[in-house]
Design a protein around this ligand. Sequence first.
Ligand SMILES: [Zn+2]
Length: 676
Amino acid sequence: MKIRSDTDLSKAVAAAGIRAVPRPVESAANQGSAGRESAPAREGAAAKYGSAARDAGSARDSTVDRDGAFERSISTSRPTTVPAQAIDLSLNVVSHGKLTWRTVLAWLREDKMVSAEDIERTARRFAGGNSAQHPLVRIGSAGLTRVGDGKVLDTETLTEWLAKRSNLPYMRVDPLKVDVGRVADVMSIQYAERRHALPLIFGLTDVTIATCEPLDVAWVSEIEAHTRRHVKLVFVNPIEIARYTTEFYALSRSVRNATKMGESAALANFEQLVELGKSNKQLDANDSGVIQVVDWLWQYAFDQRASDIHLEPRRERSVIRFRIDGVMHTVYQLPPGVMSAMVARVKLLGRMDVIERRRPLDGRIKVRNPAGDEVEMRLSTLPTAFGEKMVMRIFDPDTTVKTLESLGFGNHDGRRWEELVARPHGIILVTGPTGSGKTTTLYSTLRRLATDEVNVCTIEDPIEMIQPAFNQTQVQTGIDLGFTEGLRALMRQDPDIIMVGEIRDLPTADMAIQASLTGHLVFSTLHTNDSASAITRLNDLGVAPYLIGSTLIGVLAQRLVRTLCPACKVPDPDVTRDTLHEVVKPWRLNGGVRPYKAVGCLECRMTGFRGRAGLFELLTVSDAARSTIQPVCDEGKLRQQALQDGLRPLRLAGAMKVAEGVTTLDEVLRATPAWE
Ligand SMILES: [Zn+2]
């Protein structure tokens, strides 16, 4: 995919350096004194809350905006000289206009954040050369450390400090929370770049705007008049402001262009869209606006670690949503015409039939992520009342090379699983509901088994991910190539290891048993709650117990739980060893119990969770277990025997992850069945 060029940071920040022009005298005067202390700074920031001072100054201010030269001519910069203790380099505090490094250094000294020597050294260095960087960026890269704890004062830390000093809420931008389509309604990109301001949140009565210039706030009243909303300022890292200003405005322009061109196509009825599609009188999938929006969408989804992208047409505004760690997040709303063009664009790239909009279609596509890795996506469309809905499932390129540990296997079960899959023949089943990670476990296991010496064949519905080391076949019901037929054909292909996507019926089960009896290792999945009930399920399908007993060698039950965000989790005193023992009775946990709970930060989109891990329950069919299956399957006895053979139930596996502080008890209770 084409990635838009990275943030033109230098350009945006350059604006800062050049415009170290103080505000006109009126606003400064109204803000009180122009003394050297920090008080004016705080007042300056406080002026945003709609003080009379700003309103008085605003008339002048708008004039000024139209004519920068005029502003310069009337500007009365009144840099007060610093007191005697400042040695050769005057760190003058300017109480209005853009921040300067001198002002920031003076404040750092005043707040005793940095040692006097460090301040002096930095001032000397900075005075020697010009820089277009924002003072927080420049000082943030100077390697200063905080007096006391020695913490490095990077731009983010300085931002947090200055926010507090300016009495403004400190914030980090969460791009998913920003209604990007509306940034341009609040201010133009030129205005935003000049002010170092970026609109973020649009309320009914107020609009939240990011700034990194606490002294330059006289423009607020203009925006309040223009938007008829109260402006709430928040303090944001200048690097983030510059980056997102470029990104948000580029995107909003793309959407606007696409909307303009697509207005004629913005029809609610998908039948009409089909007609339009046929006559080509619609928004073109190759339109540059559409191309950009689709590129942005993918980039964004990769950045946010989304597993699925949903494009959902609605009557008024169509919706883009991401699934991240199992939870859906609305990302963007846009006109239906634009969405249908986006869907068309993706279909085009995925070599799907762009004209066909009445039938569900599927396809796949490979794009390159910013890291340079190829990311594969499975595409599927479904006609809905308002147009084609599309879901893009993103496959993590690392999925098939995951280690047992990163899948979530503990030592005990990891070792037993390795032993099991090293057997030359037999049937191994992975069970669990949809979305429990069965495919990932199977793929990464097969990937390790697929050496040059063996032939690994699969029959799948659908092929979730192309893996060059396997021979993969897709079930095609249209031409009577089901699991059974596919498996039969595949058996003639001299396989060693076979994966059958799912055993749904007796013929498929019979074929799998045939394959196992003729010396193959067969992997498949079943929809059952736990490992032992897989045997009952096979029995219910009509497989004779003696055939199950002679071919089945193991069943792995699996669930996924969300893992706690390492950046923000905190110890949870409410979950004790006793709590966990109550949950896993009659087992007991040895070793340390250090449960954590979810908090929420920007890293994890305030959910408190980041990523997911598998919980496993592995039943191995020993000779003793086999005797409980045939001649008639006794599930109770089988469970007892399985425990003796080393099985640890799902819930116990979960409780161990709680004790390790990897996930929470609620997650485990939600995901795992109780042990009977
Ligand atoms: Zn977090």
